[in-house]
Ligand binder design. Structure first.
Ligand code: HCA
Ligand code: CU
Length: 473
């Protein structure tokens, strides 16, 4: 499973050296120490100071963009993903991988859901993880009584407050909900355990109802209140307004949970932090009900772009790929090709203009440094949009001494071939070897007949072993 992300599209070269991902047929890697000149300014300046829109931690006293916590819900919301079935061993593996990444809290399915869920919850509590282990229950004393016996550090409680849920789900009014919330909060707190109270479907709930209940639970000492965009209806602006209003009403922490039905989940999570939220819910690859919630990786990429230092100091970014692979495998999906950071083309540069600039300074077209995540940068060169600078860097990587004019001629040859079909890395290398050899032997490789003959010979002689210039194969 998931070797999708190891299979780079053909025709690419790797630019940074240290990543673990394999380079297949046609990607080219260019070692940063040789082919890529180092940015002149410090990394942070290149990534942030030079960006007029980057977040400043001093810009807004409400903002927690540089001071947030992740409630990782792969083992709760993620279990609600259509494909998910996690056995105990898998849950433990995921919990440990999340802990290794450094998430602040790991949220688990309610122990009231099933006997096995309860046992798994207890087992994960006993792992001695650095992350807090919390469980997610209905706002009901029966569930609360079971939860506090499992050994969790905290309990996340939720109850629907929208008209839809009050009418068609639990059928209770706000007075009942408020009473139930206070009872559960007092009980859980009496056991010395943290508690959060959240309203399901917050964005389709009445604002006065919401603020009233949050005020009450804040007064009785809830640790966090939660806002949940259960149906993925909220826009970033609506999120900002609601969280900012709530920030003025309660003193406790604010957690936010956004569904991704309209693709706004990560943007909404970010905006919530800007408005004063303190905690954000994520799941690995975004798995959850329907199409899920903010993906851990996408959210982290967003936060890295805002404050690289904070994110790098707090989280073990190189562990992201492993946890994604574990979860992808467990739920039988592939890591999406366009996934932030780990998608197989996340750091692949194609157009000649981009390739040239990337080779000179990666910050030209990258705001994320792949090596921070243990990933590699690639340049795709076997296509009709290719440029001679990228081809030159590949020639250097192969140790072929060609002048700029010669590289330009080879590039034109690659373009002619790529007009018919994209060329593999091996084909690109063959063109360069043929050019190099012909020039060394004084043959006029600019003539089609000469090139074609030499190319055919080269391809025919290509054995299973690597082509070497000295051996001429
Ligand atoms: C659900 C519940 C929930 C809870 C979110 C929260 C939601 O409908 O499955 O506890 O904050 O999206 O409302 O995941
Ligand atoms: Cu949810």
């Amino acid at each position: 499973m998931c070797d999708c992300q190891d299979t780079r599209p053909s025709k690419m070269q790797r630019i940074e050296g240290e990543a673990s991902d394999d380079v297949k047929e046609s990607h080219v890697a260019v070692d940063s120490s040789s082919a890529v000149s180092k940015p002149a300014r410090s990394e942070n300046a290149a990534l942030q100071g030079a960006q007029p829109f980057s977040a400043s931690r001093y810009a807004d006293f409400l903002s927690n963009v540089s001071n947030f916590k992740i409630i990782e819900s792969t083992l709760r919301e993620g279990e609600q993903f259509a494909n998910a079935f996690f056995d105990t061993e898998t849950k433990i593996k995921i919990a440990k991988a999340l802990d290794n990444f450094g998430v602040d809290c790991i949220e688990l399915t309610s122990p009231a859901a099933s006997e096995q869920s309860r046992k798994d919850c207890e087992a994960i509590c006993k792992l001695g993880l650095k992350a807090k282990v919390i469980t997610h229950i209905r706002c009901h004393m029966d569930d609360a009584r079971i939860a506090v016996e499992t050994g969790v550090d905290g309990v996340d409680v939720v109850m629907g407050t929208s008209k839809f849920l009050r009418e068609y789900s639990h059928g209770k009014d706000m007075t009942y909900i408020t009473k139930a919330a206070v009872e559960v909060i007092n009980f859980v707190k009496s056991k010395g355990i943290e508690i959060r109270f959240s309203t399901e479907d917050s964005f389709r709930s009445d604002l006065v109802d919401l603020l009233s209940i949050y005020q009450v639970v804040d007064k009785v000492g809830v640790n966090r209140v939660g806002i949940a965009d259960t149906v993925g209806v909220a826009s970033p602006r609506q999120v900002y307004d609601l969280v900012r209003t709530l920030r003025g009403v309660v003193g406790c922490d604010i957690e936010c949970h956004f569904h991704n039905d309209t693709g706004c989940a990560i943007a909404n999570a970010y905006t919530a932090l800007e408005a004063g939220a303190t905690h954000v819910d994520t799941s690995v690859l975004g798995i959850g009900e329907r199409n899920g919630i903010p993906s851990l990786g996408g959210f982290i990429a967003r936060m890295y772009a805002a404050d690289r230092e904070f994110v790098m100091n707090k989280y073990n970014l190189k562990a992201l790929r492993e946890v994604e692979d574990i979860v992808a495998d467990a739920v039988q999906v592939q890591v999406p090709f366009n996934n932030p950071v780990t998608g197989y083309c996340a750091f692949t540069h194609k157009a000649g203009i981009h390739a040239k600039a990337i080779l000179a300074n990666p910050s030209t077209y990258e705001i994320i440094k792949p090596e921070d995540f243990g990933m590699s940068r690639y340049v795709s060169i076997g296509h009709r949009l290719t440029g001679w600078n990228a081809v030159k860097s590949r020639a250097q990587q192969l140790g072929l001494d060609l002048t700029d004019e010669q590289v330009k001629a080879a590039t034109n040859r690659i373009k002619v071939m790529a007009d018919i079909k994209d060329q593999t890395m091996e084909d690109v290398d063959a063109v360069l070897h043929v050019f190099h050899r012909a020039i060394r032997n004084g043959q006029d490789v600019s003539r089609d007949t000469v090139f074609d003959k030499l190319f055919d010979q080269h391809v025919a002689s290509r054995g299973p072993s690597a082509i070497t210039e000295d051996g001429e194969n």
